[in-house]
Design a protein around this ligand. Structure first.
Ligand code: SF4
Ligand code: SF4
Length: 191
């Protein structure tokens, strides 16, 4: 399947930014260098797409990609540069909202990009032992003994260290659909 075919047949379980990142990473332009637009274009595209999937996207990225791909499509010496540019332009046309959600830090619809996964403590599983607090390097967890603990999303860096600290398996990750959790510590039901 070509990149363009893959873009057009994207599954619900796939993330368009992740698909393009992987396709770009194996594109022949990266190892060619015979034309500036192909080589420089793919290098720039790879950096931007990596940033978008790593939660480092910036306003203006889509315009930059569109300009870049427009030039690659017109000026690359062979069809490799033209084809990847066409696929990326088609992706932006078909899935603009998915890109905007990544860049605006709202999330990854398909739940594929790990940096967009969030960590949560399930209220009916937590026994309020406090082990997760001790493990969190960001002080992103609040709670006290025998109270359900809470992860403060703005402070969490998605390192995952708290998950292995919890013997109760109360800490889970979530993509687009988030579990319902209390907003502040409440007494534990589980003892
Ligand atoms: S989430 Fe797990 S480690 Fe943290 S207080 Fe609750 S039971 Fe203990
Ligand atoms: S994922 Fe890391 S930063 Fe987030 S709450 Fe758990 S230990 Fe803290």
């Amino acid at each position: 399947m070509t990149t363009l075919e893959h873009v057009k047949a994207l599954k619900d379980t796939e993330c368009i930014a992740d698909v393009l990142k992987k396709e770009i990473s194996v594109n022949p332009c990266k190892d060619c260098g015979k034309c500036t637009f192909g080589y420089e274009g793919i290098t720039q595209l790879e950096m931007i797409m990596n940033d978008i999937t790593e939660r480092k996207g910036r306003g203006g990225d889509l315009e930059l990609i569109t300009d870049l791909c427009g030039m690659m499509r017109e000026q690359s010496l062979c069809e490799e540069g033209e084809k990847i540019a066409e696929a990326v332009l088609t992706a932006i046309e078909l899935y603009r909202k998915d890109f905007e959600d990544h860049i605006g830090k709202k999330g990854c619809r398909a739940g594929v990009c790990k940096k967009f996964m969030t960590y949560h403590i399930l209220a009916d599983m937590c026994v309020g032992c406090g082990d997760c607090i001790d493990e969190c390097p960001e002080d992103a967890i609040i709670g006290k003994k025998k109270f359900v603990h809470i992860i403060v999303q703005d402070e969490c860096t998605q390192c995952g260290k708290c998950v292995s600290a919890c013997d109760e398996e109360a800490i889970v990750t979530a993509g687009a659909v988030k579990p319902r959790c209390p907003k502040k510590p409440i007494p534990c039901k589980k003892r």
